[in-house]
Design a protein around this ligand. Sequence first.
Ligand code: URA
Length: 215
Amino acid sequence: MTLNAPSPTPDADCGLCPRLKAYRDQNRAAHPDWFNAPVPCFGQESAELLIVGLAPGVTGANRTARPFTGDWAGDLLYATLDKFGLSSGTYGQHKDDGLQLVNTMITNAVRCVPPQNKPIGAEMNACRGFLKARLDSLPNLKIVLSLGKISHDNVLRANGQKLSQAKFAHGACHKIGDITLIDSYHCSRYNTNTRRLTPQMFEDVFALITQKLAQ
Ligand code: URA
């Protein structure tokens, strides 16, 4: 990253989204021991793979300060990363568990927890500069894995692409400039409970990713 490049990390008191700031303040008052701030990216600056989720879960990343850490979605994601050699150490559902990602970084399209897990359009627009800065500042980036359509749409927009240029579909690969965008259904509890996404389907996406990383 050059000296004056935009930061991929919002300030702890980022006020770009009034609704998210109000929710954060409410959570800070109710749970002063939680993180309650924009959740930073986790992983390696040298990563070839960037995984982009939706937004922190209120008792997950918003509490623990690490994407996907402390909620169901993280249990499946981190178990799958381990299976494919994309992490080392043991995932312990908290940020000081010593887990390291291998050739991978994880972030979210929206960095602050939204009420009901649903960011609105203006919040995605406001946060997109951080996603763009994240994408632009990984020198070895080859593959972006979007977890869910909202992540997919935000990655396209951050890259200046029209949504019509790449349709979201589970397991789809799209060539976007120098990177390959790969889609998966989000590994949320809802999607796994309804079997829209099974662990096998998720592993199939990671098999594709590791195959492409090895090319
Ligand atoms: N936790 C995150 O950090 N992101 C998600 O998309 C879901 C849970």
